[in-house]
Ligand binder design. Structure first.
Ligand code: G3P
Length: 219
């Protein structure tokens, strides 16, 4: 399972790239607004350091989304155009996919919606696990069911577990067979943590330092 960062904050993406653990980035209008930057400028900057950068359309009709999607894709070859799981979003996604643009269908909450995303030739479908949990549904069950349906139907669309809130979600997404998980930066950092790693590393360094101390003179 590939790990993406779910952020538009350049410094966070740079850190993930420097650690060598991330393969892409997902943005959405909320994340771009939070980062407080111009959309085009920020997406282009992110594309300089990482591939697979999802950028979302904000138009509301099929024709406008097609125009906007083509503009987003023209910014950089690393851009994947995100369209919403709506009739207009899917119709626009189909036209954009037919012109060779990689499409990420976002705001997916069910197996049936994931089948629709596959039907238009989406490169990625993004089920939002955390938001399903928020309304007392089992988000990771939906992710697992989409993976299972896609495998049974030999569908090539990649399943990207989104709306990830905890390190446990990441483990569950991997066990469910998701192709990608997109994580907030805090969750990515938390993946490194284990008390035994911390204690073990501390001990190794202490033992090494002891070997560097001057030899005690034997009486
Ligand atoms: O990638 C989708 C993600 O941004 C949604 O996350 O936490 O707003 O539900 P959240």
């Amino acid at each position: 399972m590939k790990l993406f960062l779910d952020t538009a904050v350049y410094e966070e993406i740079k850190a993930g790239v420097d650690w060598g653990v991330i393969d892409g980035v997902t943005t959405n209008p909320t994340l771009i607004a939070k980062a407080g930057h111009d959309h085009e400028e920020q997406v282009k900057k992110i594309c300089q350091i990482i591939g697979n950068v999802s950028a979302e359309v904000v138009s509301e009709t099929k024709d406008d989304m097609i125009v906007e999607g083509k503009r987003l894709a023209s910014w950089h070859p690393n851009v994947i155009v995100k369209v919403p799981m709506t009739p207009d979003g899917l119709a626009a996604g189909k036209a954009l996919a037919a012109s060779g643009i990689r499409i990420n269908v976002t705001l997916c909450f069910s197996v049936n919606q994931a089948l629709l995303a596959a039907a238009i030739g989406a490169y990625i479908v993004s089920p939002f696990a955390g938001r399903l949990d928020d309304i007392n549904e089992d988000g990771m069950r939906v992710v697992a069911d989409i993976v299972s349906a896609y495998r049974q139907q030999s569908i090539k669309t990649k399943v990207l577990a989104a709306s990830i809130r905890t390190p446990m979600h990441v483990t569950q997404a991997a066990l469910a067979g998701a192709d990608i998980s997109t994580l907030p930066f805090a969750v990515l950092k938390a993946l490194f943590n284990h008390p035994l790693t911390e204690a073990g590393q501390k001990r190794f360094l202490e033992d090494y330092r002891k070997t560097q101390e001057p030899q005690k003179v034997k009486a």
